[in-house]
Design a protein around this ligand. Structure first.
Ligand code: GLA
Length: 413
């Protein structure tokens, strides 16, 4: 590895660690300033450290919204959790099973949030227990406003009560939306719920969903573990590209503990070709995005399963360095995206946005690799392609991506 490349990698590792440590330090400071009694303080300290280490890597799981919208019930959630195990997603790293909007119906006379009794007759505690019994984690959705986006009761004014309820049900993940929030200030509203979750005493991943309206990347680290950067994804190529373009420049805000969220996956939902889905998944992995599958895991094709569980591509997403990849070069429809990895190699995505086949090349020199040869592995063909002198080029089909791992030959395993 060249000295400059080494320095860049070392600097990125350092920056990622400092970011995680800085947050830990802020959390610890809060604890030491707390006037509470020793025992309570010790309990809080435990809770805080649990919170701070909840998303050192981008969270992975499944969410009901993209495929099922409001049509959610306990049978669906149970069978999806079972499929997550049976179809190999759990083994590939997916763990959170999250019910999005529409599980809520009402509040009781004391203000307690109630699950829809027709759709969830066994109740949320039983459902969470079942998901946990499969070795998975359980997530719910609420909203900072008076109502959710689908008009169900929101958490405004009930933050602590709701957080306590989620904790008592065994919730591990909360997605928190931004509809019906007239008069609210986003940073304050999300801090309020974060504090309520901490006070409830159960480690809960907090997913901020205000669609990038208030530039959450500037304030959300230490409040939530992931923050949406854009409006909702749709199951088509244009939507993937539109969201992708909006990630450019946000790289520096992601890192262990807090992640930019370009929205959940559409892989397997039927609106794109297999090549488009592979490109979507490649790019989300390169962006260190949370990987929330949004399809029907029970009935997915082998091809969809192959995409969602590719260990080499997931390893890029979950890489310990935790650096979000960036767009390195753009020439019309031909783009090169690069993410540095902990072992000193680079993940490279060659993206063809357009409708005709394109040859896309990248040279070691432009990547600041000074060794003359690198080993290249094709992550979708799952094939070591061998040593390449000075660079790599591939013919990329229309609306598709080639994803490779480039390892300078002087790196010792
Ligand atoms: C918003 C969010 C979506 C989904 C819906 C549910 O649009 O951005 O991801 O949660 O609300 O109503």
């Amino acid at each position: 590895m060249s000295n400059s490349r080494k320095a860049m990698t070392a600097a990125s590792v350092f920056a990622a660690r400092i970011t995680a440590l800085a947050w830990l330090a802020v959390g610890a400071g809060t604890v030491f300033l707390s006037p509470a009694c020793k025992e309570k303080e010790a309990r809080r300290r435990l809770t805080l450290s649990d919170f701070d280490t909840l998303a050192l890597k981008p969270p992975m799981g499944w969410n009901s919204w993209n495929k099922f919208g409001c049509d959610v019930d306990e049978k669906l959630v149970r069978s999806m959790a079972e499929a997550m195990v049976e179809r190999g997603l759990a083994a590939a790293g997916y763990e959170y099973v999250v019910i999005d909007d529409c599980w809520q119906k009402d509040r009781d006379a004391r203000g307690n949030i109630l699950a829809d009794p027709e759709r969830f007759p066994s109740g949320m505690k039983a459902l969470a227990d079942y998901v946990h019994s499969l070795g998975l984690k359980f997530g719910l959705y609420s909203c900072a406003g008076d109502k959710t986006c689908e008009g169900r009761p929101g958490s405004r004014g009930y933050e602590e009560q709701d957080a306590r309820q989620y904790a008592s049900w065994g919730v591990d993940y909360l997605k928190y939306d931004w509809c019906h929030t007239e008069g609210l200030q986003a940073e304050e509203a999300y801090k309020k719920m974060r504090a309520a979750l901490e006070a409830a005493g159960r480690p809960i991943v907090f997913s901020i969903c205000e669609w990038g309206r208030n530039r959450p990347w500037l304030w959300a680290r230490g409040v939530g573990h992931l923050w949406r950067t854009t409006g909702d994804i749709k199951d088509d190529w244009e939507s993937v590209l539109k969201i992708l373009d909006l990630q450019v420049g946000l790289e520096e805000y992601a890192g262990p503990g807090g992640w930019n969220d370009p929205d959940m996956l559409e892989v397997g939902n039927g609106g794109m070709t297999a090549d488009e889905y592979k490109a979507h998944f490649s790019l989300w992995c390169l962006l260190s995005a949370p990987l929330m599958a949004g399809n029907d895991l029970r009935t997915m094709s082998r091809e969809t399963e192959f995409i969602l569980t590719n260990p080499d591509v997931i390893a890029v997403n979950q890489d310990a360095l935790g650096v979000q990849g960036r767009r390195f070069r753009k020439e019309d429809d031909r783009e090169v995206w690069v993410k540095p990895l902990a072992d000193g190699s680079l993940a490279v995505v060659l993206l063809n946005r357009g409708r005709v086949k394109e040859r896309i090349a990248v040279s070691w020199a432009e990547l600041d690799i000074e060794t003359s040869t690198c080993f290249v592995r094709d992550l979708w063909r799952k094939k070591d392609l061998g040593r390449f002198l000075s660079g790599y080029a591939a013919d990329v089909p229309p609306r598709a991506a080639v994803m490779v791992k480039v390892k300078p030959s002087n790196i010792i395993d």
